[in-house]
Design a protein around this ligand. Structure first.
Ligand SMILES: [Ca+2]
Length: 167
């Protein structure tokens, strides 16, 4: 009789444990949360630190028509990324005194040019592109300087400021 009694108690314990595990798995009292933050991220890389447009010489001037050849440099890149739609612009920091021509950029290499400097004065921002979506994008473009008769002999530099801004 004693052995039988012990066996019955053991069966009851196993049954109790089984019910406890089942009820813990189907009714969670608290759902854990995983927290991840993502800042707005925008980055830009310009593949050229210097654009050498060259030097004007008498060979660039045509006295018969009073016209100039342009100084041109082609095939420069900007790489940009943002995790929102974004815009890339460029402008000159300031126009150097002594130049009276036009510094131009062809942002799509289609021979349509936008002025960075016009008549010797800074022209403001030129749009490189507006992204239609978040992501990585590269633009390739050309620069040229269209001389003016009033250009003063000398060496000139100007800084180009590229900006990436999320919309
Ligand atoms: Ca163009």
């Amino acid at each position: 009789m004693r052995k039988l009694f012990v066996l019955i108690v053991g069966l009851m314990l196993i049954g109790g444990l089984s019910v406890g595990v089942y009820s813990a798995s189907v009714s969670p009292a608290t759902a854990p949360t995983a927290s991840i933050g993502v800042n707005t991220i925008a980055a830009i890389y310009i593949d050229h630190s210097t654009v050498n447009l060259g030097t004007l010489t008498s060979a660039d001037y045509d006295a018969e028509t009073n016209t100039w050849d342009s100084l041109e440099a082609t095939g420069f890149n900007v790489h940009a990324y943002a995790n929102a739609t974004y815009t890339v612009d460029v402008e000159v920091n300031s126009a150097p005194g002594g130049l009276n021509g036009d510094l131009k950029i062809d942002v799509s290499q289609d021979d349509s040019w936008d002025n960075l400097i016009s008549g010797g004065s800074a022209s403001g921002k030129v749009n490189i592109f507006d992204s239609v979506a978040a992501g990585y994008r590269t633009a390739t473009f050309d620069y040229k300087y269209v001389p003016a008769n009033a250009d003063t002999p000398g060496d000139y530099t100007t800084s180009l400021i590229y900006t990436v801004s999320t919309n």
